[in-house]
Design a protein around this ligand. Structure first.
Ligand SMILES: *Cc1c(COP(=O)(O)O)cnc(C)c1O
Length: 355
């Protein structure tokens, strides 16, 4: 049996894979593949509208929010956001909490002034910066809710008088929060929502109305809203996989149910690692991510042995990002508790044998 701990693209529910493969051969009993199906058909339009409705329901969005499915991955949002909401005479506030956030900062500087309100770069982004103040004249405040590479996660929403914008690529739909407090949320789909190639965007209508207009149509959120995310050919299959995953999440009880399981998985893994002196957890307890657990070993020779042992036992995708080293175990929504039980058993067994 393979346990897929990849950071992204990552594990999705088995039933989603099965249903998606059926749709490649015969979509909704039409005799056509979803891959050859027209996007401007009532049947595909209902895929998009059901997916949007499920996002509204699962995230409990108020009536002032627009839901979009856009191309380009989260990295496109790094520049599309400032292209819409920043200009040379404005300043945006950014939190520099990880590699992904620092990339967003780099792109924003192309469009206007950026004030980095706090950074954890001094210690390789191994903690969540605190104690900063936000300028109240900022066009917006941008941060990353979960730092996928470094294994840190924001707990709670910072209080802010300026519009909040969040990159939620790696923890969206994994835990409850008041999503209506955000003016703009984006997330690449390939971690918790579906297949790579599409972004989920949730935006406040009033905030959208403040956006720049002299930008290319494909970059203009308002035009995507006006066209129901069908300004051009959307990533049809990727959106369909999102719909299947959203249906699955609703069926198992939505965000409250998955949040409980995610907490169990993270508690089990972190408490096991913390109890074994052989392992090192670089992130302080209060900042640890429930989606991506990062750890190292004090002895590099043992790290090699541990990786080999994991590979032998079908534990896939646990090698840490090159900028952090060590290991990263990603436990997205679709990762069952049983897989985390299996890897913690392996960790304990390895520690016993090599203590
Ligand atoms: C994966 C990831 C990205 C990059 O996503 P792409 O779709 O590859 O552009 C950006 N931000 C975060 C937090 C991520 O986890």
């Amino acid at each position: 049996m393979i346990h897929n701990f990849n950071a992204g693209p990552s594990i999705l529910p088995k039933e989603v894979f099965e249903e998606a493969s059926r749709a490649i051969l015969n979509f909704n009993e039409t005799g056509l593949s979803i891959l050859e199906f027209g996007h401007r058909t009532p049947m595909f339009e209902s895929v998009v509208s059901e997916a949007m409705d499920l996002v509204r329901e699962l995230m409990q969005l108020d009536g002032n929010k627009e839901v979009m499915f856009l191309h380009g991955g989260a990295s496109t949002q790094f520049f599309q956001v400032p292209m819409n909401f920043l200009s040379k005479d404005k300043t945006a506030a950014y939190l520099d909490g990880g590699v992904w956030g620092s990339k967003a900062i780099k792109e924003a500087k192309l469009f206007g002034n950026v004030e980095v309100v706090a950074s954890s770069k001094d210690r390789n982004y191994s903690y969540i910066p605190t104690g900063y103040t936000l300028p109240d004249n900022a066009a917006y405040f941008h941060y990353t809710t979960n730092n996928t590479i470094e294994g840190t996660q924001m707990q709670g929403i910072p209080s802010s008088s300026v519009p909040l914008i969040a990159d939620m690529s790696s923890d969206i739909l994994s835990c409850g929060m008041d999503f209506n407090r955000f003016s703009f949320i984006y997330a690449g789909a390939q971690k918790n929502i579906g297949a790579a190639g599409v972004n989920l965007v949730v935006a406040d209508k009033d905030f959208l109305a403040t956006g720049n207009t002299a930008i290319p149509s494909m970059m203009d959120y308002r035009q995507h809203v006006a066209n129901g995310s069908m300004l051009n050919t959307p990533p049809v299959f990727a959106i369909y996989v999102c719909l299947l995953t959203l249906r699955w999440l609703k069926k198992i009880g939505g965000i409250p149910a998955i949040e409980k399981i995610n907490e169990q998985k993270a508690d089990l893994l972190y408490s096991t690692l913390a109890s074994l002196p052989m392992f090192n957890l670089p992130v302080p307890a209060q900042d640890r991510s429930k989606m991506n657990a990062v750890f190292t070993m004090h002895d590099p020779a043992l790290e090699k042995l541990f990786l080999t042992r994991c590979e032998e036992e079908g534990m896939v995708g646990i090698k840490g990002h090159r900028s952090v080293g060590g290991f990263r175990v990603s436990m997205y929504n679709a990762m069952p508790l049983s897989s985390v039980v299996d890897i913690t058993d392996l960790i304990k067994d390895f520690a016993n044998k090599h203590a």
